[in-house]
Design a protein around this ligand. Structure first.
Ligand code: FMN
Length: 217
């Protein structure tokens, strides 16, 4: 039995759009926000490494107003209910790997020695096999999976989002005090409720036909 019907899934995919104007007076209820935070945490990542931290900006309105200035003036940052900044590790270190292996061992009640082959694989593929710049790029790809998961989950709850790549990551890092923290801004996402006057809500979706985008073999 499907968890939701195909019709319901597609209805929410059609309903979702990159919201340009949020209603600043509507806030996401606590229980739903908590579920969305959990979807961030539950996002899959390569090797399960979770090379990210999600900054949730909700209370500090002055901070969000300052970020508007580093977001091409896009008001979604300040007017939405919750604004998430997806930050990623600037470097993946052997210490990160050890922390992760210890977490698996404790959650699954397994000796760390049983995880030696996984450790070796990650050590070769991610820690020693990539430069710090490549590691950050790899981490950024993982963050975009979290972004997609977040937007789809929000749409299923009837919550609007706008992914925000039109931002100045270096200025975000400065404003959010991330410099030297081991994390850097990759992308943002505003979440909340569309304003009644947002004309983008009723625009037809612009998508290439499936015949051009999907090749079946
Ligand atoms: C990674 C990413 C970054 C985006 N950045 C912005 C942005 O900064 N501002 C904005 O208004 N829309 C942004 N968009 C929204 C896209 O323009 C939008 O998703 C696309 O045109 C398709 O329209 P739809 O999402 O309404 O169906 C972004 C989308 C993605 C996936």
């Amino acid at each position: 039995m499907a968890a939701i019907s195909s019709l319901d899934l597609l209805a929410q995919q059609q309903w979702r759009y990159a919201t340009k104007q949020f209603d600043p007076d509507r806030k996401i209820p606590k229980e739903q926000w908590s579920a969305l935070e959990q979807t961030l945490i539950l996002t899959p990542s390569s090797y399960g490494m979770q090379p990210w931290k999600f900054l949730v900006l909700h209370q500090d309105q002055a901070l969000r107003e300052r970020l508007v200035g580093h977001s091409w003036g896009q008001r979604q940052v300040a007017d939405c209910s919750h604004y998430v900044v997806f930050t990623v590790r600037t470097e993946i270190t052997e210490a990160d790997l050890t922390t992760y292996i210890e977490l698996i061992a404790s959650v699954r009640n397994a000796p760390t020695s049983s995880l030696d082959s996984l450790r070796k694989m990650i050590l070769g593929g991610v820690i020693n096999g990539k430069s710090p710049a490549q590691q950050q790029e790899w981490a950024t790809r993982q963050a975009y999976i979290a972004l997609g998961n977040f937007m789809t989950s929000a749409a299923l709850l009837g919550i609007d989002t706008c992914p925000m790549e039109g931002i100045d990551p270096a200025k975000y890092d400065e404003t959010l005090g991330l410099k030297g923290s081991g994390y850097a801004t990759s992308v943002g996402c505003a979440a909340g409720y569309r304003a009644a006057q947002d004309k983008y809500a009723s625009l037809a979706k612009v998508r290439f036909p499936a015949s051009a985008m999907i090749e079946r073999r």
